[in-house]
Design a protein around this ligand. Structure first.
Ligand SMILES: Cc1cc2nc3c(=O)[nH]c(=O)nc-3n(C[C@H](O)[C@H](O)[C@H](O)COP(=O)(O)OP(=O)(O)OC[C@H]3O[C@@H](n4cnc5c(N)ncnc54)[C@H](O)[C@@H]3O)c2cc1C
Length: 419
């Protein structure tokens, strides 16, 4: 007799898990609470879906911090190469961009969703939309089904894969239901927090600079004035503060500090390739060579136009001061500002705006070889619901696909029995 498997959630991990479980010979029903599966997947990568990264496995795992090693089993069996081949077999060609990031050539995230849905249907997966799961049915430490009260219905199964995602972008269906479901099964939930999240800044500097994107800058994080960590790359000013890859990368650490009540600042180095000495020499050379120019015009060669008023106000130099009148102390202040443009971080944006949710199902109670619960027989976990999260760059989706693959392939052994 075929094994009955239920998959809760039709996101990146759930679609992968359901398809592989069916491929391994199970009878699979996927219960998705929204009108369509893959709503979050369809908006990933600004609608282009950065589905993975070609970084080697050890480097890839480092992007997940200390919990990354949990993923080693899943990655060593289904990694970026396998994922790229998998999508190629579904008719999706991919290309590699800056930083090893992989996108579909079509640049359309919905193509990935549609391909996964087609593949699931081809494998015989029954996809039931508008089916929110509200309760796990457990008896004597073994799962035997789930309830979806909207349809006033219970679904019975030999195994259940919980793939309900994190708690951000609730309009895509990821409202954190899985944390409650896992908790009801006796699992510990590491408190959830926004992991990749834009930050709010004091005063109105960010508002003034709204829309400005800075590239090749270095951002340092300071708690109580002491440098903690840094990130190189790109950042963006928004109406409330700062965002962009470098900021998102640093955001989890900052969220923890803010929650602990620490004062947090960021320091932006606009000229990371020049040390203070070289920068001062460059400023001196430019000032001498363009003595008659107003400082505000001369600075156009050193920074984006929008930054000039912010800079000159901070260093207290008049906009129309001729370059030859800038004295050594003013030049020094300019150099310091270019290397250390400070902004005070006042808050993080709400978790609903996070790219990824930090925290989740505690990894200690999940077997990394199969992703089966160590507490409830027949219950499996995959995707963002687990206490794993990484930087931007395609790492999070690869984790969702790899853990989905592992849960889906472990749920049924070749002879049809559950592990
Ligand atoms: C704007 C944005 C852009 C992103 N871009 C990228 C990117 O380019 N690259 C990258 O690597 N990562 C990206 N991410 C992160 C990535 O999308 C997630 O890590 C990934 O989707 C997690 O997959 P998942 O299957 O665990 O969860 P999800 O994709 O969130 O899927 C969970 C599914 O479960 C369903 N569900 C929830 N509760 C229930 C319930 N009770 N009953 C039934 N169904 C339920 C939801 O409706 C949803 O369909 C992005 C995230 C966001 C928000």
């Amino acid at each position: 007799m075929k094994t009955n498997v239920l998959v809760i959630g039709g996101g990146a991990s759930g679609l992968m898990a359901a398809g592989w479980a069916a491929n391994s010979g199970a009878y699979v029903t996927l219960l998705e609470k929204m009108r369509k599966p893959g709503l979050k997947l369809a908006i990933t990568g600004k609608g282009r879906c950065n589905l993975t990264n070609i970084a080697p496995i050890h480097e890839f795992i480092e992007h997940f911090g200390s919990n990354g090693k949990f993923l080693y089993q899943a990655f060593s069996r289904f990694f970026s190469k396998e994922l790229i081949n998998f999508f190629q077999n579904l008719g999706i060609e991919t290309e590699i961009e800056r930083g090893g990031r992989v996108f579909p050539i079509s640049n359309r995230a919905p193509d990935i969703v549609d391909a996964l849905i087609r593949w699931n249907k081809k494998n015989g997966v029954q996809i039931k939309t508008n089916h929110p799961v509200k309760r796990l049915l457990i008896h004597e430490q073994k799962i035997y089904g789930v309830e979806t009260p909207a349809q006033n219905k219970a679904f019975h199964a030999d195994a259940v894969i919980l793939a309900s995602g994190g708690a951000s972008y609730p309009e895509t269906g990821s409202t954190g239901d899985g944390y409650e479901l896992a908790k009801s099964a006796g699992h510990t939930i590491i408190p959830i927090q926004p992991a990749l999240i834009p930050l709010e800044t004091a005063e109105n500097t960010a508002l003034q600079l709204q829309g400005l994107s800075l590239r090749n800058i270095n951002v340092s994080v300071l708690f109580k004035g002491k440098k903690q960590t840094e990130a190189f790359g790109e950042m963006l000013f928004t109406h409330f503060g700062v965002s962009g890859p470098a900021i998102l990368k640093l955001s989890h650490r900052i969220v923890q500090a803010l929650n602990a009540g620490l004062p947090v600042e960021i320091s932006i180095d606009l000229k990371p390739a020049l040390d203070m000495h070289k920068l001062d020499a460059r400023l001196l050379r430019d000032l001498n060579a363009n003595g008659k120019q107003h400082i505000q015009n001369l600075l156009k060669g050193m920074m984006p136009r929008a930054l000039i008023p912010v800079c000159l106000e901070t260093v207290k130099i008049q906009y129309d001061k001729p370059a030859h009148q800038i004295n050594a102390a003013e030049r020094r202040r300019l150099g310091v500002w270019l290397k250390d443009f400070r902004l005070q971080i006042t808050a993080h944006r709400p978790i609903s705006e996070a790219i990824v949710t930090g925290g989740g199902v505690c990894l200690k109670d999940v077997d990394p070889k199969t992703l089966q619960s160590r507490i409830i027989h027949g219950l499996y976990f995959c995707g963002e619901l687990l206490n794993i999260h990484a930087d931007t760059g395609g790492y999070n989706l690869q984790a969702a696909f790899s853990t989905g693959w592992l849960a889906g392939s472990s749920v049924v052994q070749k002879n049809g029995y559950i592990h």
